[in-house]
Design a protein around this ligand. Structure first.
Ligand code: FE2
Ligand code: FE2
Length: 305
């Protein structure tokens, strides 16, 4: 392990939070007979039951459905203490400036330094995939009070919360080493394959074990969970987010589900880009410990009695 990472990890003196509450503010599915609005993307509001810190993880495609759902849930956007952006894609960053306009104060925004890169697909035509104009430029977000903290390394956000940092190739399990999602990026004037190296996850330590949050899991959800375990020395209780298995074949899906089981994951909450086929395998393997995400869902990790 490089000395910098060991230094970061040594400073990561993690304390468990008693209980955790997660509000799903945005998801591709609204839920059955639900008053909430769905949209493409993910946004989670994460808070400790005993703490008043509120972390917003991702901002989906648009701010308005998130703010609508917050009103129904009785959550004031001004109570958000920090924002973590998992990666640059529009369905995770598009709501940023609209939400910052409601927060109206100075808060940290944590992301990878490559969050502003030009990422695009060329099939069937050129399509920009990064932070959209409505999400705001770096400068516009600063004007609204956002303090960018851009880091490739893991960062401790609270005694019980830390980001995973960039997933290096050598930190990945074999079957997740190749990221092939048909995106390109421009670096130094050259067009390169975009492997979404900027994606970071979030780990929260609870009395029941670690809860890992992922936006799209482009680096691979198994590799992300493994890194969270390595950084914290905790067992994994739950994994929450999109796993981007929507275009994956049976073998990759089965390997992912099997690996998460072997890592001791107890609960799976997924949706977004995971895809129906992978969800059905999670349901088969995790039974009632698999839950489909939807807008307005509240996930509670109760303290141990
Ligand atoms: Fe996504
Ligand atoms: Fe994505």
């Amino acid at each position: 392990m490089c000395s910098l990472l060991s230094e970061v990890m040594a400073s990561m003196d993690i304390e468990e939070i008693d209980g955790l509450k997660v509000y799903v503010l945005a998801e591709d599915y609204a839920g059955y007979n639900s008053p909430f609005l769905a949209q493409h993307g993910i946004s989670f509001l994460i808070e400790g039951i005993e703490y008043d810190k509120r972390i917003l993880f991702d901002t989906a495609s648009y701010a308005d459905p998130i703010l609508f759902n917050m009103r129904i849930l009785g959550i004031d956007p001004k109570t958000i203490d920090m924002i973590v952006l998992s990666h640059s894609h529009f369905d995770h960053t598009g709501g940023l400036s609209g939400i910052m306009r409601q927060i109206r104060r100075s808060i940290p925004i944590i992301a990878h330094p490559n969050i502003f890169k030009a990422s695009f697909s060329t099939e069937p035509r050129l399509l920009y995939a990064g932070i959209p104009l409505r999400g705001g430029t770096k400068y516009e977000i600063e004007e609204l009070g956002g303090k960018w903290i851009l880091s490739r390394d893991p960062i401790k956000l609270a005694p019980w919360a830390f980001t995973l940092g960039e997933l290096k190739k050598e930190e990945k399990v074999d079957f997740e080493r190749e990221v092939t999602i048909g995106l390109y990026k421009v670096e130094g004037g050259r067009v390169l394959k975009d492997e979404v190296e900027e994606e970071i996850g979030l780990g929260i330590a609870t009395e029941r074990g670690l809860v890992v949050f992922a936006g799209c899991s482009h680096p691979g959800i198994v590799s992300m969970v493994k890194k969270a375990i390595k950084l914290s020395n905790y067992n994994i209780y739950a994994v929450i987010g999109g796993f981007h298995l929507i275009e994956s074949g049976d073998e990759r899906i089965r390997s992912t589900v099997r690996a998460l089981k072997e890592l001791g994951v107890e609960k799976i909450y997924t949706g977004h880009c995971t895809g129906l086929k992978a969800e059905s395998v999670f349901l088969e393997e995790f039974g009632e410990n698999f839950e489909r995400l939807h807008a307005g869902k509240i996930i509670t990790v109760a303290p141990k009695d």
